[in-house]
Design a protein around this ligand. Structure first.
Ligand SMILES: [Cu+2]
Length: 480
């Protein structure tokens, strides 16, 4: 607290000197704001011409933090920047690392350029013409939530600091017609009883796609879809991961496999700058259905924007065969506007911090498996659903309206005997489950997160449309 007082006092003394030395209200022609001309060295604040100081701050961007450079804020993390009403304020960003950062002050509608190279610098300037407390922050997705934010305190810091409600911008051109991975895109069982080497190929790609009709969102993905591909290996196999980060990416990316025993699940070994490739291998020590996800800071942001998928490590005794296998993952997305807002949705760091998702989705999109994307099946068919939660934050109460799961390989455990006859199964973020269901009568069965606000308002809903012969001994609704 001490530096603040010191700085404020110094500033007050400077102001006093300036006030005594210059006829500050000269050139001010009265109360009508439109006709006011303020003389040199003064700025219009309200209806008055007020003498100002030139106030400069330097901030070094490093490790998801702004560090003050010089003066009373030297080496202070995310320092309060204290100025007087009317001051002409300049803030210079100095890059302390290779990353992507800027400084934005939304209230005064100014920002520095986005910088990436070590020691790069750029400045913003504005006139502090309103008393209050105003945030400065890094506008790169995830960086505000990751800690790159502080306050500009103008005058007492009290007063009107309400920011204007921003309007959604127009929808962007899409890079892909469908961000959702086809739920039927499941690799076949290995069919092996011997161990082997398995090679898997992953590419981090950042794409614009529709999150719902008329609304676009910038996703970060593995191989261009949400979730990334499902992979399959067998316990004891050695898996070689070939990971590349597309040259057009704005961010570093990597992958952390929950199936890996060892440092970060492979995150450090795969950390890749745009346009680079890395490889590592691991031994599949445990059978199970495992989530993988990006673990580059800000990790929750990378996951929320779509960087997750699953790998199945088959047990020595394979699961019984079924007619159809499908692959679904739930994720929570944090945007500035609610679902149904036409335009380009922006990521909202504050909503992420508060864990208040605007969208909760299956395979990346609002109400994905409806309309033309409805999943189809026939009466008598057995279906196995590989279901995981990428999150980053929401637990799923996974439920299929109109059916009961015959078998549940709870927690993705493929060794223990499955649970039988289950209505709803809890799946943690970074967790998975395998459920088997047999369709006995035709219906539109509805997949939901049974935290139903998420299903019916935020998008965690899909349909399995089952056709075939009625069976009135099971359900007789012919009277309706
Ligand atoms: Cu990433």
């Amino acid at each position: 607290m001490k530096p603040k007082l010191t700085y404020r006092m110094k500033n007050a003394i400077l102001m006093t000197v300036l006030m005594m030395g210059a006829p500050l209200l000269a050139g001010c022609s009265g109360g009508d704001r439109d006709n006011v001309y303020c003389g040199e060295g003064t700025n219009l604040v309200g209806n008055e011409c007020v003498g100002y100081n030139e106030v400069s701050f330097f901030l070094r961007g490093e490790s998801m933090t702004y560090f003050g450079v010089g003066g009373v804020i030297d080496e202070v993390e995310n320092p309060d920047l204290e100025v007087q009403v009317g001051d002409r304020v300049s803030i210079t960003l100095i890059m302390g690392e290779v990353n992507l950062h800027d400084i934005s002050v939304e209230y005064f509608n100014v920002a520095t350029a986005k910088l990436s190279a070590l020691d790069d610098r750029d400045s913003l300037t504005f006139i502090a013409d309103a008393e209050g407390t105003f945030a400065y922050y890094c506008s790169v997705p995830g960086h505000r939530a990751g800690g790159m934010t502080g306050n500009i305190i103008v005058g007492t810091g009290q007063g009107w600091s309400e920011s204007v409600e921003a309007q959604i911008g127009p929808a962007l051109d899409v890079d892909t017609d469908d961000i959702a991975r086809d739920p039927l895109d499941v690799p076949p069982p290995t069919g092996r009883s011997e161990v082997s080497e398995v090679h898997i190929y992953m590419e981090a790609v950042e794409v614009v796609a529709q999150i719902e009709e008329g609304t676009t969102f910038t996703y970060w993905t593995y191989n261009g879809t949400v979730p990334g591909p499902m992979f399959r290996a067998r316990v004891g196999d050695t898996v070689f991961v070939h990971f590349s980060n597309h040259e057009d990416s704005t961010m570093h990316h990597n992958v952390d496999f929950h199936a890996v025993t060892g440092q970060g699940g492979g995150a450090a070994a795969t950390e890749s700058a745009p346009g680079t490739t890395s490889t590592f291998s691991f031994k599949a020590m445990h059978p199970g259905l495992f989530v993988y996800h990006c673990a580059t800071p800000d990790i929750p942001t990378h996951i929320s924007k779509g960087m997750y998928g699953m790998i199945m490590i088959e047990p020595e005794n394979p699961l019984p065969t079924v007619d159809k296998e499908i692959y679904i993952m739930q994720g929570d997305i944090y945007t500035k506007w609610r679902p149904g807002s036409a335009g380009h949705q922006e990521f909202d760091d504050n909503a992420l911090f508060d864990e208040m998702p605007t969208y909760v989705v299956f395979n990346g999109k609002f109400a994905t498996f409806t309309g033309e994307s409805t999943i189809e099946a026939e009466v008598g068919e057995t279906m196995r659903i590989y279901f995981g939660v990428g999150g980053p934050n929401t637990v799923s109460s996974f439920h299929l309206i109109g059916e009961i799961f015959d078998s549940v390989y709870n927690l993705g455990d493929l060794v223990s005997a499955p649970l039988q006859s289950v209505q709803t199964v809890l799946v943690a973020p970074g967790g998975a489950v395998v459920v088997d269901v047999t369709f006995d009568v035709p219906a539109n069965y509805i997949l939901v997160d049974h935290s139903l606000t998420r299903a019916f308002h935020k998008g965690a809903v899909g349909i399995i449309s089952v056709t075939g012969s009625e069976d009135p001994t099971i359900i007789d609704d012919s009277e309706n």
